[in-house]
Ligand binder design. Structure first.
Ligand code: ZN
Length: 75
């Protein structure tokens, strides 16, 4: 998933991962930060769709209030 305006630094990407982890089912929470995407079980289209939705929310939230100090953007 790519957003041209998203900061993309380690802090912001990490925040998106944490946001995503916190909102997925507990059995998804199994790995170190940064390995979320490969660790998540994407066996069904329903799970993939859910991940996309949560990721999108995470990107929007982090981009609107980046902790790294970059300019906030609306995705
Ligand atoms: Zn950033």
């Amino acid at each position: 998933m790519q957003f041209p305006k998203f900061c993309g630094c380690d802090t912001c990407r990490g925040d998106v991962f944490v946001y995503t982890l916190n909102r997925l089912s507990p059995h998804y929470v199994s790995t170190r930060e940064g390995e979320v995407i490969t660790a998540i079980n994407l066996d069904t289209d329903q799970e993939k769709a859910k991940l996309d939705v949560v990721l999108l929310e995470g990107f929007r939230k982090v981009a609107a209030a980046p902790r790294c100090g970059t300019k906030p953007v609306t995705l």
